[in-house]
Design a protein around this ligand. Structure first.
Ligand SMILES: C[S@@+](CC[C@H](N)C(=O)[O-])C[C@H]1O[C@@H](n2cnc3c(N)ncnc32)[C@H](O)[C@@H]1O
Length: 251
């Protein structure tokens, strides 16, 4: 599902270019997350976009195109799966879809061996305002990736986790809940529901004191995609956006 952001370059890519780049994030998630980048810019929250698990760049390109002047997109991947051609494909897709070489950095690295200082150095300073974690879906890797991201995040920035509640990784949310228990100032602000088994749900996390910057605005902007019950995390209700919201009919 494509929902225009109102930014022609971004909308053109998501509407007509997205499916020409192989990948796993949904077009719905790209619509919501690029809108969030625009919302952050309107609020004066500036910073970079970073992603672990860039693959051929499907989601990365949408986010890179939605950044403001002076901000950069950083993509980290092993770039060896399914073969060594993936980096060339990624670079070609960026060029074809208008991501200028001076607007992004690609690091062929294992995120588990990296330190936050390396990412900060690659970005040349400044915080990350949106960090997408979509690398290896295993407890240790996700824990390390969260530790890598956290020191770089803008105080009102977001960490987005892919493939939450995916049937192939049913226990990955345990890692998230353990991390949230260790970082009680953070919460899941938004759940972007799946479109398909290969375009699964994302959790978008922020500090609790930043929730009000996003949630009402998201509920208004995506009124037609709002699942009214929200996501019950016991101590708060996350916004839930889903392509076709409805409740079960009981009468
Ligand atoms: C599901 S794909 C990412 C899809 C992409 N984000 C999209 O939206 O189309 C997962 C990627 O994570 C990468 N990956 C897995 N483990 C990694 C690690 N330890 N460090 C860096 N990248 C890793 C894989 O090489 C693969 O390209």
């Amino acid at each position: 599902m494509f929902i225009p952001t109102g930014e022609p370059v971004v909308d053109r890519y998501i509407e007509t270019g997205y499916d020409t780049v192989r990948g796993m994030s949904s077009r719905f998630a790209a619509s919501v997350c690029t809108y969030i980048l625009k919302r952050q810019a309107a609020l004066g929250i500036s910073g970079h976009f970073a992603e672990i698990g860039t693959f051929e760049g499907r989601f990365f390109i949408a986010m890179a195109l939605a950044l403001e002047p002076g901000e950069k997109a950083l993509g980290i991947d092993l770039f060896d799966w399914p073969n060594d051609r993936v980096m060339d494909l990624f670079l070609g897709h960026c060029a074809r879809h208008g991501v200028a070489p001076d607007r992004y950095i690609a690091l062929k690295r294992d995120s588990r061996t990296m330190a936050p200082e390396e990412l900060a150095g690659a970005l040349g300073g400044g915080p990350v305002r949106f960090f997408h974690i979509d690398g290896e879906h295993a407890d240790e890797s996700l824990s390390r990736d969260l530790a890598l991201a956290l020191p770089l995040i803008h105080p009102q920035g977001l960490i987005c986790l892919d493939d939450m509640l995916h049937p192939a990784y049913p226990r990955l949310v345990e890692t998230v809940h353990r991390w949230l228990a260790a970082h009680p100032e953070w919460c899941v602000m938004l759940i972007v529901d799946r479109e398909d088994i290969v375009a699964a749900a994302k959790y978008v996390l922020c500090r609790r004191d930043a929730v009000s910057l996003y949630e009402d605005d998201l509920m208004q902007r995506f009124e037609k995609q709002l699942f009214v019950l929200g996501g019950d995390f016991l101590d708060h209700i996350a916004v839930v956006l889903t392509p076709h919201p409805r409740l079960a009919e009981v009468d």
